[in-house]
Design a protein around this ligand. Structure first.
Ligand code: UP6
Length: 252
């Protein structure tokens, strides 16, 4: 079975954030999201500046930044995102009742609602727990990449029902194929390693585009821990785009 192209998905996209992501993917010929799992503002901004031209989005875990200050961390990050035309994806993986998620989304020092274009959320709190993410796109955690994850077949099936029916949801994180109505984001991608000794399991870009028909690949340590993150981003970008084009052509 063949997959839909980014152009087809762009034309069918309902949510403004899906449209924007697909528009950037087509313009940059990239399906790469860099995961910025660094712990200082300086390292975050430096990475964003270096990989910015090659990515469609920068994924943050903003709560690991030790010296976080809204004005010194977020404002410059937003400027770099604007300059290099990428979106900001906060990987908060919300996992609570709607009211608490709403507070975590809007309040505290991070004020995620003020800057993130899209966020990740577990769907374990049920359909209504996602209502609070009004002004952003939500990527639902459907399946995890780590060894021994509890996201079994039946869990994923139920998680997908919530994801597919909620208007705020633009996509899912998974290691398995998902229906084409929403975008598939796949982490656990590394060209050099098969694991990290802490449960993470890696695949190659070629593998995920071919077997999962993923839309966007998420790469963390493969880029930010490499000696030359800018060059590594370019390598992953080219590898991801080539694998996407191959997955369009081949009908297995
Ligand atoms: N991530 C996964 N697996 C999931 C969901 N999210 O690895 O199922 C996130 C991690 C990390 C990134 O929180 O930020 O993707 C992967 O980083 P890595 O490439 O350095 O392993």
């Amino acid at each position: 079975k063949t997959r839909s192209s980014y152009q087809q998905k762009f034309e069918n996209a309902q949510h403004s954030v899906s449209k924007k992501l697909l528009e950037i993917a087509l313009a940059k010929e990239s399906n790469l999201i860099a995961s910025a799992d660094v712990t200082t503002t300086a390292a975050l901004l430096d990475l964003a500046e270096k990989v910015g031209p090659h990515i469609i989005a920068l994924k943050t875990h903003i709560d690991i930044i030790s010296d976080f200050e809204y004005e010194k961390t977020i404002l410059p990050l937003k400027q770099i995102a604007l300059k290099h035309q990428f979106l900001l994806m906060e990987d908060r993986k919300f996992a609570d009742i709607g009211n608490t998620q709403e507070l975590q989304f809007t309040s505290g020092v991070f004020r995620i609602t003020d800057w993130a274009d899209f966020v990740t959320s577990q769907v374990i709190g049920g359909f209504e727990s996602l209502d609070c993410f009004k002004n952003v796109g939500v990527v639902a955690i459907v399946g995890m990449s780590s060894k021994g994850t509890l996201t079994s077949n039946s869990y994923r099936e139920e998680a997908l029902k919530v994801a597919l029916s909620h208007p705020n949801v633009i996509g899912g994180v998974s290691q398995n194929p998902i229906p084409e109505e929403i975008l598939l984001f796949t982490p656990g991608v590394n060209l050099a390693d098969s694991g990290d000794g802490k449960g993470q399991q890696y695949n190659t870009p070629e593998h995920i585009f071919k077997t999962l028909h993923t839309d966007f690949m998420i790469v963390g340590r493969g880029i930010y821990q490499s000696e030359n993150p800018e060059q590594a981003a370019l390598i992953y970008k080219n590898e991801g785009w080539k694998s996407y084009l191959n997955s369009l052509e081949k009908n297995p």
